[in-house]
Design a protein around this ligand. Structure first.
Ligand code: ADP
Ligand code: MG
Length: 404
């Protein structure tokens, strides 16, 4: 049986087609984080889309229309979700003028009439109702302004929306951009042709959001390292009283099943041996490190402790492939970020193939100044999770395929 990754690797990429003289529409993911003044705090997603955009410019595409969403507006225009905030940075990075199209429906003709070397950026596509509804009429309208459709929005490729999925019904030439191909290649290396031992480091808030991942990869990995609130559910499953810690009562049995399955497949499981506990998350007065078995009354576990950092780091250091998804604690709060940052350092120090999926995890790696030291950091949170879960992402499923 061919894996989801091999299937997605079989799509045509931009380098397989000729874009010269063509009107291309590129679905990018410019959904970048901004601060309260609309300053872009991390432009990685824009930078990662540049190879595809530049390739189209350099190979003589006659017009390039960039389509993206930005945040999740609830219907219609909202200033804070306007892509106008992204345009300047894009112009700076591309070193080229970018024309902003506020309402593509009224500018359809202008875009559709081929004019040499113009780059358009459409306003947030989610201001149109048809986008998230994957509306056929709306998809058709989008399709009408291009000859070639390029999907390079990896971060949104797990969504069946008009600009990521519906549009493919109405365009003949549809391929994946370079970022999409890079992402697939990176996961291919980690999952299909890995160098053993493989460690999966998981954490984050909920076991429920990652259970499919655990079930899908358990047979492929050698070590399972669990931290974050997710480990609270596992520790609870071992019978420890986690007191006020965040854990999922209804997933305790699931945690037991994962442990049993891990044993069956001879996967070594590493759980926190000590945890950082606090009396309150927002207004903590009392913070202590205790063995995982000894969480105090009225306290909650919010990070892994120093002994666990050491334990996890050693297990990580002896691995050749490391996949990380999910922070080890509430890393957004300084006092509870040590565990996550130290694990980021430990993985960054390895001579292994190291890959990060998950929006918060990627953010944590960045904050720990370790981004440079990782082999690959995915630009897709949800998308990378679904990819690890073994799914074929809709953003790839209808693209042209390479003929064998
Ligand atoms: P990712 O986006 O990388 O997939 P998740 O969204 O699954 O990661 O998890 C990240 C969230 O988990 C963070 O907001 C973090 O504060 C939270 N978290 C991690 N550990 C704990 C904990 N012990 N208690 C409460 N929340 C936690
Ligand atoms: Mg998250």
């Amino acid at each position: 049986m061919i894996s989801n990754i091999s299937y997605m690797q079989g799509v045509k990429s931009l380098k397989d087609i000729d874009v010269s003289g063509k009107r291309v529409l590129i679905r990018v993911d410019f959904n970048v984080p901004v601060d309260s003044h609309n300053n872009i705090t991390d432009d990685r997603r824009i930078r990662m889309a540049l190879p595809t955009i530049n390739y189209c410019i350099d190979h003589g595409a006659c017009s390039i229309t960039l389509v993206s969403h930005f945040g999740d507006p609830k219907g219609g225009y909202e200033e804070k979700y306007s892509l106008i905030h992204v345009r300047k940075r894009l112009e700076r990075l591309l070193q080229k003028k970018v024309e902003f199209i506020e309402d593509f429906e009224s500018s359809q003709n202008e875009i559709a009439t081929c004019s040499l070397e113009r780059v358009f950026l459409l306003e947030n596509i989610r201001f149109h109702e048809g986008e998230k509804q994957n509306d056929a009429e709306f998809s058709k309208k989008l399709a009408s302004i291009c000859d070639v459709y390029i999907n390079d929005a990896f971060g949104t490729s797990h969504r069946k929306h008009a600009s990521t999925y519906g549009i493919t019904e109405f365009v003949e030439i549809k391929v994946a951009g370079f970022l999409m191909m890079r992402e697939i290649e990176a996961f291919n290396k980690a999952l299909e042709h890995p160098v053993h031992p493989i460690a999966l480091v998981v954490g984050g808030a909920k076991i429920s959001s990652k259970i499919t991942l655990l079930e899908a990869v358990l047979e492929k990995i050698d070590k399972l390292i669990i931290g974050g609130a997710m480990s609270n559910t596992f520790l609870r499953a071992l019978g420890y009283d986690m007191k006020e810690s965040l854990y999922e009562e209804e997933y305790i049995q699931t945690a037991r099943d994962v442990l049993a399955k891990a044993q069956e497949h001879q996967v070594k499981v590493y759980l926190p041996v000590d945890v950082v506990i606090t009396d309150s998350i927002e207004k903590s007065i009392d913070i202590q490190v205790v063995p995982s078995q000894d969480v105090l009354d009225g306290f909650r576990a919010v990070d892994i402790g120093p002994a666990t950092v050491k334990l996890f780091s050693e297990a990580i250091g002896l691995s050749n492939t490391i996949i990380w998804n999910g922070p080890m604690g509430i890393y957004e709060i300084d006092k509870f970020s040590k565990g996550t940052f130290k694990i980021a350092n430990a993985i960054g120090d390895c001579y292994a193939y190291t890959i990060v999926g998950g929006g918060d995890t990627a953010d944590a790696v960045d904050k720990a100044s370790e981004a440079e030291n990782f082999s690959f950091i995915s630009t897709g949170g949800g998308a990378s999770l679904e990819l690890l879960e073994g799914k074929i992402l809709p953003g790839f499923s209808n693209l042209n395929r390479v003929e064998k």
